[in-house]
Design a protein around this ligand. Sequence first.
Ligand SMILES: [Zn+2]
Length: 297
Amino acid sequence: MSMDRVVRLALATALGLLVFLALISINYSSKPSAKKPAGYVILEFDDGYAEIYDAFKIMQKHGYTHASLMMPTAFISPSTTHRQYFYDMCGDDPWVCDYFETLSYAEIRQMVDGGWDVQAHGVSHIPLSTLDLKDSTDYRSFMREILTPKRVLKEWFGQEPVAFTPPHLGLTDEQWKIVCQHYEFVVRRVAEEEDALNYVFDNPDERQNMRAFHVFYQGFDEQMEALDRILTKLETEKAVVIILIHRVSDQDARGWDITTQELKELLSLLEKHGFTDENVINYSILHQLVHSEEWST
Ligand SMILES: [Zn+2]
């Protein structure tokens, strides 16, 4: 072997080693992972509390422009000086309630212009399962609760809702069948860690049987640990995880609210798993994704 060849061989080996080292360093240093996750996340904010406007701003700061607001149509405030109120429980005692301010039309408009959508959560937030469909007055109330959002939200915000989350997640089987005739996506219950992934792409039946993973103030850390494992699965599995949030408040977070700090932690967890604005979506985008796939096959 000539001296020249030895030098060239040594150089080639060194170069190969450098490339190898560069590759493994890329592999281990780049966090969040550069690879796009296979699945999608929807942050669903129920009930339209006024503080959700702050959540919208916090999400924007993190580069997340999409989320779904499940807004009872009677809760939409005419303006910030003419608020509607959600008369709701203050804490665990079901007999102690108070008035909670709800979002104004202009605030929701801004959120919709920023990329959010407004989906159906009834009109007045009455528990639908208490309505007896054999009673004509109850039947009319039920139909009003599920159909009015389609009309009002379309007229006010220009988008017909495609998703329905029943207040208190309560529907009888008979009621659920009627809701399924009018909405493409229906949230049926709270998710366990084991069934938090909704396989809406491969299995159309799942679209009206969705489970939402509830995050809230009580036990937030354990929920984040579970969500960490759920999002790891979602990096490689084509499914959608619904994260259910109520009010975001630092003053008087109830057991089922979260604080702004907790919202930021949740967003950091999404970032850690490589979820960008492209994979953190809302129900309108999910509707498009599900169908663009069906049209192309
Ligand atoms: Zn609700």
